[in-house]
Design a binder for this molecule. Structure first.
Ligand SMILES: Cc1cc2nc3c(=O)[nH]c(=O)nc-3n(C[C@H](O)[C@H](O)[C@H](O)COP(=O)(O)OP(=O)(O)OC[C@H]3O[C@@H](n4cnc5c(N)ncnc54)[C@H](O)[C@@H]3O)c2cc1C
Length: 558
């Protein structure tokens, strides 16, 4: 029976990148990757997970070492781009557009999942990993010093032993089902998607030359495009193989799944909800490459890592929340970084049980704190002012804290984790608290927001703090990292307080100079009785920044 240091169950995005991450750190590590698919992945019509954002792009480019491949064979990405509802959704240039008009400083990519996975499979074999197709995992028996994995390869039952087992079987969730650590996730959104042969550039969807030429030609094409209205968003993502991915994601409370769960119904649904998409996409039907559906795709987990029994789950075998901000690969990056660190330390002779508990608590805490970003928020997607403020907030916190912590290797540094999360006043808890407050504010605000806005363009980089957060994502801060995180959170406090002042002024007529404590602010009780010392003063720079995202007429907050 063959023995390995690590057997990875499932050779998709998470499993393959984990194997490469391990090999790049320890070239002599013995790894077996078992993938049940019989052949190479098809181009384009393979899996979703095509749009990446900054944290994941840093992981794929720098940590997995695929910068050159990505720049040559996959598409560069021009940020996330959002189009809100207007009176006439048929006229694309009438819709409020939120997205960058220049290249973002920190790069990201659009992935054709088929070509990327095939490439990763070749790369991992070049690094010396055994990668088997047609290898279906059947069972794992955990032992004190080694575990035994049983799999079916080319129809034959085979057993192999290993020190560590990594479950990367995605929704098959091998270990979660074996040990029963499923956990309910209260976010029941549904999705369908299909790929079309050929390039679709939404810039061609307008007759207006002025709109077409601003921002620069092709930059809208390279974005992950979102069309939004109450209860849903529709994606258009370009793929490097010159194909296009289209998807509908919707909350069943507004759009029941049986109204769009077949291709024919999806087109009818588009005709009603996104008539321009219908007009442009329906004639492409002969170019349809696939059509997939996924009901209630968000799922949670009670466990991630076990340092004693030496196993971990990664990718969608653990948890998945929502694709709205394309975070799937971000979570793979963090997940694999924790898991590979545990594996390498343990193989080096370290007892990693305590460390595994800390990583698991941090990881679970991160997932939990991300849930309010999406939960019930589909109900806000028809409110351009509330939703664009929320998107800019969600982006800001992501760039300012988790993305920065990741690129600075903080997630595997116990001292930093202790400083962040070790006590109730730590920066990690402040971050979580202020972010929860803002998610509540967006919900409370909705009932006061009744206007439909048109012909507006918001570039996140026109907000000076957004520009600062974006350009600094990969800057290395060494032992000054916590100081930088603290500075970023202080800016976020000012932004939160300023947004609250504007919303409260609009909704309740309170003064724009009102004292605000961003940790206790409450729209239903906007003039609080609290400790003056905790109030955040107004800041001229932040006022100018918030002006950029503020659509209400000035008289409403004069
Ligand atoms: C609607 C939707 C849209 C999304 N969009 C994005 C996006 O734009 N950006 C983003 O970053 N993320 C996105 N995601 C998330 C993204 O799809 C996942 O993060 C990613 O695909 C997970 O990779 P994985 O390796 O865990 O799973 P997969 O890539 O699915 O790999 C799992 C592998 O395990 C194999 N397998 C399963 N069972 C066994 C077994 N018993 N034996 C052997 N092999 C097995 C499977 O064949 C498969 O190849 C989206 C998710 C959804 C639901």
């Amino acid at each position: 029976m063959k023995h390995y240091d690590v057997i990875i169950l499932g050779g998709g995005l998470a499993g393959l990148t984990l194997s490469i991450q391990l090999k790049r750190k320890k070239p002599d590590i013995k790894i077996l990757v078992l993938e049940r698919r019989k052949d190479n992945a098809p181009k384009a019509a393979h899996k979703v997970g095509e749009s990446t954002v900054e944290l994941a792009s840093y992981y794929y480019r720098e940590i997995i070492g695929e910068k050159e491949y990505l720049e040559k064979h996959e598409l560069p990405k021009y940020g996330l781009r959002f189009f809100f509802k207007s009176h006439t959704k048929e006229v694309i240039e009438s819709r409020v557009e939120l997205g960058p008009r220049k290249w973002l400083y920190t790069p990201s990519h659009q992935l054709d999942r088929g070509t990327f996975e095939n490439h990763l499979a070749s790369r991992t074999q070049e690094y010396g990993t055994e990668f088997l197709l047609d290898a279906m995992v059947k069972d794992v028996e955990f032992g004190k010093d080694q575990s035994t994995v049983t799999y079916k390869h080319n129809g034959e039952e085979v057993k192999a032993t290993c020190r560590w087992v990594a479950d990367a079987t995605s929704r098959h969730s091998f270990l979660k089902r074996k040990f029963g650590f499923e956990k309910p996730m209260d976010h029941a959104v549904n999705a369908v998607w299909w790929r079309l042969k050929g390039v679709i550039d939404i810039t061609d969807w307008s007759e207006s030359e002025e709109w077409k030429n601003y921002p620069e030609v092709k930059l809208r094409y390279l974005s992950t495009v979102h069309f939004l209205d109450k209860g849903y968003w529709v994606w258009v993502i370009p793929l490097g193989t010159k194909n296009t991915s289209i998807g509908i994601v919707a909350d069943p409370a507004v759009h029941p799944f049986d109204t769009f769960d077949t291709y024919e119904k999806s087109l009818e649904w588009l005709k009603v909800n996104e008539p321009l998409c219908y007009k442009m996409l329906e004639p492409e039907t002969p170019n349809k490459m696939d059509f997939k559906i996924l009901k209630h795709f968000a799922h949670h987990t009670g466990r991630f890592y076990d340092g004693g029994m030496r196993w971990g789950v990664t990718g969608e075998a653990g948890a998945f929340l929502d694709p709205f901000y394309s975070p799937g690969s971000d979570f793979i990056a963090m997940n694999n970084t924790w898991l590979s660190d545990l594996i390498l330390r343990e193989l080096g002779g370290e007892d990693v049980q305590f460390r595994a508990e800390i990583y698991e608590q941090t990881h679970l805490g991160l997932v939990e704190s991300w849930i309010p970003i999406y939960q019930n928020k589909y109900l806000l997607m028809g409110n351009a002012q509330v939703m664009s403020t929320k998107i800019l907030w969600d982006w800001a916190i992501y760039w300012a804290v988790p993305a920065l912590l990741f690129t600075n290797n903080a997630f595997t540094d116990l001292r930093t984790l202790k400083n962040l999360f070790g006590n109730e006043n730590g920066l990690g808890h402040k971050f979580r608290k202020i972010h929860e407050q803002m998610q509540k504010l967006f919900m409370d605000w909705q009932k006061y927001d009744t206007e439909i806005f048109e012909h507006k363009f918001v570039d996140p980089i026109d907000l000076s703090y957004m520009l600062d957060f974006q350009t600094n994502i990969t800057r290395q801060h060494g032992d000054k990292l916590l100081g930088k995180v603290g500075e970023n959170i202080a800016v976020l406090e000012k932004v939160a307080a300023e947004i609250f002042r504007r919303v409260s002024n609009h909704a309740k007529g309170t003064s724009l100079d009102m004292a605000v404590n961003p940790y206790t602010m409450d729209l239903e009780n906007p003039i609080p009785e609290h400790n003056e010392a905790l109030n955040v003063p107004r800041d001229e720079k932040i006022i100018t920044d918030v002006d950029v995202l503020w659509f209400y007429e000035e008289k409403q907050f004069a």
